[in-house]
Structures are given as structure tokens and as C-alpha cells.
Write a protein of this length. Sequence first.
Length: 315
Amino acid sequence: MLDSSVDQAVGDTAPVVSKRSQGLSDRTIAWLFVAPSIFLLLAVNIFPLIWTVRLSFTNFRVNRPNAEVQFVGLKNYISVLTDGDIWLTMQATAHFLIWTIVLQVLIGFALAYLINKKFRGNDMWTTIIVLPMMLSPAVVGNFWTFLYQPQIGLFNYAVGYLAGADPSSFSMIGDVALAPWAIVIVDTWMWTPFVMLICLAGLRSIPSSIYEAAECDRASKWRQFWTITIPMVLPFLMLAILFRGIENFKMFDLVVQLTGGGPGSITELTSINLKREAFEKWRTGYASAYAVILFVTVFGLASIYVKALNKVKQR
């Protein structure tokens, strides 16, 4: 009798469940699966952004949680935009950003162009070149700190040997004139392989039939390079510039390990300066306004750049 009752209950429930499951559309089922991820992204990204914007209009200090929080309007934004020290960090960031992108694009494209030509040991050299970008920035920073040591550093000995100078006569990370170039060299060494891989993908996406047609028209290798290779790889180059530009604008860990923003503040990038305002001076409202300005700057420039990239891709 118990078995018959269970069977009857199951029989009554099955049609109800079946009707409910049949009532869910594919769109509803898709949203059920996607909703947790969307909620997590909103919680991790959107909420902190909104909270930062709110704090940027106050005098809140995180080390004084019991102090009265006052609404100060645009005072923090005006203070950031009129602060001479912040403009100096902007100049340091611009120097780092421009030179790293220029060097990485030029060297990365040259390496990709050479590797695209099949030769013996091609795969081995590709693996060796890609190794630096697989390392942690903290490891790279410590590694190059030893290389830059005036007394025992191999970099100084190499430069001294080539230039005929005393290796201990200069310090890459201790000299005001050389420190900005020291971080440029390290970032170029580490991330040029990334640009190389993107350029290599662009080179290998060019159909060989285009070069064959150009050879039939008796176009020289130099003309093929400028009229076929460069125009067809240009979208990939612009994509590499976009990625590296965004990453280097917020560069922090590598520079902290190498110079800590010094000597003085000559290599203090905006990310380092923002960290000091927020977690050393505890000016939370001011730092929030600083962060919002940086976000708007990067987002605006990236949006304009993406539009230009789309126009190049549509040509």
C-alpha cells in the first residue's frame, strides 16, 4: 500500500514539473545561468566604482572612520587638477608610456617579421624570446635590480665594456637621468614578446596569394613590405598598442620593485602616486577623485582609439 501511495505521488508530481520546465523559454534558461556571473561582475566592478565616485565628493579619510564626513563638492577634483606634483607624475607616466610603446612595437614587429621567415631552430628561438613575459613582474623587478647594481651588476659591466667606461661610475636606478630609462628597458624586455606574438598572428594571417600576385606584377620586396605587409598588419599593431597602453598607464608592481618611484619622485608614476595618497597620506576622498579622473582619462582615450581602430579594420 505504501508503494502504491509513493507511485501515485510521483505520478501526480511529474506532470506538474514537466509543465513548469516546458514553460521556461530558452531565453529564461540562459538568463538563469548567466545571472550569477553578471551579479558577481556588478558586485566586484560596478559597486566599487559607484562607491569611489561617491567618496570623491567628500572629505572622508579611511583612517578616521568615526570622523564626520562632509560633502565638499568638486573641491577634490579641483585640487587634483591644480596640484603641480600630480602633473609631474603625469609627465613621468607619459615618458614611460610613450617610450615603452615605441620600443616594444618596433622591436616586437621586427622579431615577428624575422620569426615569420621559416628557418632552422625557429620554434626554439620563439620559445626563448617569449620566456620573459611568462615571469612575474615582482620576480623581474628583483632580477633586474641585481643586474643594475653598479658593483656586481652584469648590465653595468656590459655597458662599461661597450662604452669603455668604469662599470661602477653610474647607477641606472640611482641616477635621476638614468632611472626613467631603467624602467623603460625592463618593461620593454619583459613585454616585447607579447607584441611580437600579436604581430606574428597578423603576419601569418596574410594570404600568400597576395604576395604571389605582387611578384607577378614585378613588385620589389620593399614595395611588398610597404603596400601589403604594413597595411594588413596595422590593425594588429594598433591592437597591441591599445593593450600595452592601458597596461602601462596603470603600471605599478614592476616600477615599485625596481625604483620605488625614486630617486626622489622621478619615476613615480600615477599609480604609485595614487597609492601614496590613499594608503600613506590617507586622503581617501582626494584619492577617489584622483582615481575617477584617471579612469575617465583612460576610458575616453581608449574609446577614441577603438573607433580609429575600427575604421582601419574596415578599410
